[in-house]
Ligand binder design. Structure first.
Ligand SMILES: Nc1ncnc2c1ncn2[C@@H]1O[C@H](COP(=O)(O)OP(=O)(O)OP(=O)(O)O)[C@@H](O)[C@H]1O
Ligand SMILES: [Mg+2]
Length: 234
């Protein structure tokens, strides 16, 4: 059962790294913008990029034209805690991220927060995760990005069980890359995910990141029909 309106903070997690969280983040930003909302995106911990290199928020900006911000950046392409340890860096606290999201929320109707890897990856030196951030951010919920292929049902069910266990508000599932010619595994996966209570709220077509910003922005609301209809003006 889907709820009428999206919260003012949407956290985008995934069943794994590389499942399409950044592209879904961009699609949600574009969809919100098309609905007349002011929106930005925030990546609390960006790993695997050197100073000056484009990270996930640069990709969101490239695909949407909307400025997006990072919390902390670490060079090593690994989870934030070991990446920070390699540099001898301190990670921002959960309170730092809450304050940053609150600041962004002052100037925007919607803040989209992209996690690092999957839901239980530790983002802080105290070991807190995106799920912990969701539990302390007021008026927030979590969107789960999943793969289309074999294995996605177990990963998706594990992720949603962790969400429910923590009392986090589920906003639905999005398939990160949906092929033009899905096989029977993919179509049955889609049907199974679509029958879950929070529902399959969209699927981004395979190849979408190759679009230019204008095409991406124009098409994105069609990829997320279950969210577009819930993005009413505040
Ligand atoms: N719909 C799609 N069609 C084609 N390629 C895609 C699609 N979605 C994502 N990709 C590609 O797959 C790779 C991983 O996607 P993306 O960066 O969005 O994953 P992620 O979940 O954000 O990863 P991370 O955990 O590093 O943040 C990227 O190279 C991206 O361009
Ligand atoms: Mg990403």
């Amino acid at each position: 059962m889907t709820e009428a309106h999206l919260p003012r903070v949407v956290l985008v997690t995934g069943t794994d790294t590389d499942v399409g969280k950044t592209v879904v983040t961009a699609a949600l930003v574009a969809t919100a913008r098309a609905g007349g909302l002011s929106v930005t995106a925030y990546k609390p911990t960006q790993t695997g990029v050197a100073p000056g290199e484009p990270g996930d928020m640069a990709e969101v900006q490239r695909l949407t034209g909307v400025a997006a911000v990072e919390g902390v950046r670490l060079r090593a392409p690994m989870a934030p805690r070991p990446a920070a340890a390699l540099e001898g860096a301190d990670l921002p606290t959960l309170g730092d991220h809450v304050a940053r999201v609150a600041d962004l929320g002052v100037g925007h109707d919607l803040v989209v927060v992209e996690g690092a890897g999957g839901l239980l990856v530790e983002l802080t030196d105290a070991g807190e995760t995106l799920a912990d951030l969701a539990t302390v951010l007021p008026d927030s919920g979590v969107l789960v990005v999943a793969r289309s292929a074999l294995g996605t049902l177990n990963h998706t069910m594990l992720t949603r069980e962790a969400l429910f266990h923590r009392g986090v508000r589920p906003l639905g599932i999005v398939i990160g890359a949906w092929p033009e010619h899905p096989d029977v595994i993919e179509t049955t996966n889609r049907d199974y995910l679509g029958a879950l209570p929070e529902g399959l709220v969209g699927a981004v077509p395979l190849g979408a990141p190759r679009h230019d910003a204008a095409t991406f922005a124009a098409d994105a609301p069609d990829w997320l029909p279950g969210l577009a209809q819930r993005l009413g003006t505040p």
